[in-house]
Design a protein around this ligand. Structure first.
Ligand SMILES: Nc1ncnc2c1ncn2[C@@H]1O[C@H](COP(=O)(O)OP(=O)(O)O)[C@@H](O)[C@H]1O
Ligand SMILES: O=C(O)C1=C[C@@H](OP(=O)(O)O)[C@@H](O)[C@H](O)C1
Ligand SMILES: [Mg+2]
Length: 251
């Protein structure tokens, strides 16, 4: 497993092979290959059309052939869910990649899937989604090097778990405080926290802008009135005078 630079995701349709695959590729700095797209490109037709024209068995032959001749490196490979029927394809994918099975319950798959035929799933006449799930589960289990249970996990959590199982460094998690507040240093070198701009409400942003504008107008007028730069920290008399001046002018 150590020398393999490719990762192949297998699992039922809608288990997330394509959506998890593309994000995982970005996370690990790898290329992304959706072999359903390779099939469409090669045959110049949509998967749905290929299934209609060639039947389920004909489509699976095409799928087997395309996946078996995949020549890629440093890639996340996301084949279609039916790839596990292809012996040539699975032998090849096993040789060139670490195989990860994205496992999800039947109920979760059913609720994620919309119109089965529209989505182009290869179902034999009279076969239900439940039959398909039961038929395929042992095949996914047979080929998997690693199994990830996706139940009740967000896409990000699934990716974290894949990385963990692959022995990749975990993403540095920022604490709630870090996300909401940024560290600021005042003129005395003391550190405190202020809400980050992206987490401020519109009202808070508007208030801050108004405060900053007022501050700069006050600073400007104080310079004009008292001449040149002032240092309020050092000059208490000047500070007191300034306070009086602003109080008088604000009323
Ligand atoms: N936690 C999740 N992880 C991955 N996909 C999810 C998740 N929750 C909902 N989904 C949805 O499930 C579907 C997965 O589809 P897709 O990535 O095409 O799967 P596959 O390639 O295995 O058929 C997408 O519509 C995606 O938005
Ligand atoms: O499981 C299937 O029968 C299929 C799944 C599809 O891919 P996804 O698993 O990416 O949806 C696609 O390859 C084809 O329409 C057949
Ligand atoms: Mg897919």
């Amino acid at each position: 497993m150590g020398k393999k630079t490719n990762i192949t995701l297998i699992g039922m349709p809608a288990s997330g092979k394509s959506s998890v695959g593309v994000v995982l590729a970005k996370r690990l700095g790898k290329k992304f290959v959706d072999t359903d797209i390779v099939i469409q490109e090669k045959h110049g037709k949509l998967l749905k059309e290929l299934i209609e024209e060639n039947g389920d068995d004909g489509f699976r032959e095409i799928e087997d052939e395309v996946n078996a001749s995949l020549d890629v490196s440093n890639s996340i490979i996301s084949p279609g869910g039916s790839v596990v029927y292809g012996q040539k394809a699975m032998k090849h994918l096993k040789e060139i990649s670490v195989i990860i099975y994205l496992q999800l319950s039947y109920t979760a798959i059913k609720s994620r899937l919309g119109d089965l035929r529209e989505r182009g799933i290869t179902l034999k006449d009279g076969q239900s989604l439940k039959d398909l799930y039961l038929e395929r589960t042992p095949l996914y289990e047979k080929y998997a090097d690693i199994t990830i249970n996706e139940m009740k996990k967000t896409l990000a959590k699934t990716i974290d778990e894949i990385c963990e199982k692959l022995g990749e460094k975990p993403r540095k998690k920022r604490s709630f405080k870090e996300k909401r507040f940024q560290k600021i240093t005042n003129s005395k070198g003391k550190q405190s926290r202020e809400k980050t701009d992206s987490t401020k409400s519109n009202k808070e942003r508007a208030d801050k802008k108004r405060f900053d504008n007022t501050k700069s107008v006050k600073e400007k007028s104080s310079r004009t009135r008292f001449g040149g730069e002032i240092n309020p920290q050092k000059n208490n008399v000047q500070r007191k005078n300034l306070k009086k001046y602003f109080k008088k002018n604000e009323n």
